[in-house]
Design a protein around this ligand. Structure first.
Ligand code: NAD
Length: 260
């Protein structure tokens, strides 16, 4: 059903974004990958996905903190593929510190990448989606879009923000065949999470093992990390006909975290 559609996934050189890219690739969806990393590794990833699934795979290294680069990426991607049917706003970074020690540059970067970039991609995607009368926008939010944890002020603020943005745009385009939703994952053991373990240990005066067991998985009643495949499957579902009436909402994939 999705075969031949085109998806752009921000932050898809690693972790959840890469998993979502592969999830769509399996459905025959052409891809625009984005994100940072070693140029040769990214080119291998691009070529491997294209060959394995028989799809077109482009890569654009636009920095999601730079509005003019985002705009250029969106225009180029739409020109090269003929349009973007599925937009996944996934790129994100994290920083963990008490608010009085939180570097202002980190606050600005987190808000720019985790929240404002979705405004720029979405505004550039609209004209084509409206003209087609079909579009899917999926914002990778977080359980932290619904509840908070200490020492993550910028991240929690940005993720709560993306939830409000999701609802607003869903209302704006509800009659146009375009759905806009957020997926709220719990902890997935990606580089983003692995990197914050030492900082959380420092902020809380714990060992790294204690952080994994007593902080990260303490929040998840299943006591299991969510997998990238589970998030990817949810993204593919949101693009299916069965999900056509799901819009302006969030799907939690977090092992029961927010049921507390
Ligand atoms: P990750 O660090 O593995 O991947 C992040 C991706 O974003 C990478 O491809 C990276 O290159 C890219 N990126 C970072 N800064 C960028 C920039 N300025 N411009 C372009 N690309 C940039 O992280 P992840 O865990 O896969 O996180 C992906 C998304 O999922 C984020 O929005 C994150 O907040 C969200 N999330 C993650 C978890 C988790 O437990 N891992 C839980 C909930 C939500």
């Amino acid at each position: 059903m999705l075969k031949g559609k085109n998806a752009l996934i921000t932050g898809s050189t690693s972790g959840i974004g890469l998993g979502i890219a592969e999830g769509f690739a399996k459905e025959g969806v052409n891809l625009v990958l984005n994100g940072f990393g070693d140029a040769a590794e990214i080119e291998k990833l691009r070529a491997d996905l294209a060959a394995k699934y028989g799809i077109k795979v482009l890569y654009d290294g636009a920095d999601m903190s730079k509005p003019e680069q985002i705009e250029a990426m969106m225009h180029k991607a739409q020109k090269d593929l003929g349009g973007i049917d599925i937009l996944v706003n996934n790129a994100g970074i994290q920083y963990v510190a008490p608010v009085e020690e939180f570097p202002t540059a980190k606050w600005d970067a987190i808000l720019a990448i985790n929240l404002t970039s979705a405004f720029h991609t979405t505004r550039c995607a609209m004209e084509y989606m409206k003209a087609q009368g079909w579009g899917r926008i999926i914002n990778i939010a977080s359980a932290h879009a619904l509840v908070a944890s200490p020492f993550k002020s910028a991240y929690v603020a940005a993720k709560h923000g993306i939830m409000g943005f999701t609802k607003t745009i869903a209302l704006e385009v509800a009659e146009k065949g375009i759905t806009v939703n957020a997926i709220c994952p719990g902890y997935v053991l990606t580089p983003l999470v692995e990197k914050q373990i030492p900082d959380t240990a420092k902020a809380r005066g714990m060992t790294e093992e204690q952080v994994k067991r007593d902080v990260l998985l303490a929040a998840q009643p299943t006591k299991q990390f969510v997998t990238v495949e589970q998030v990817a499957g949810t993204a593919v579902f949101l693009c299916s006909d069965s999900a056509a009436s799901i819009t302006g909402t969030n799907i939690s994939v977090e092992g029961g975290w927010t049921a507390h």
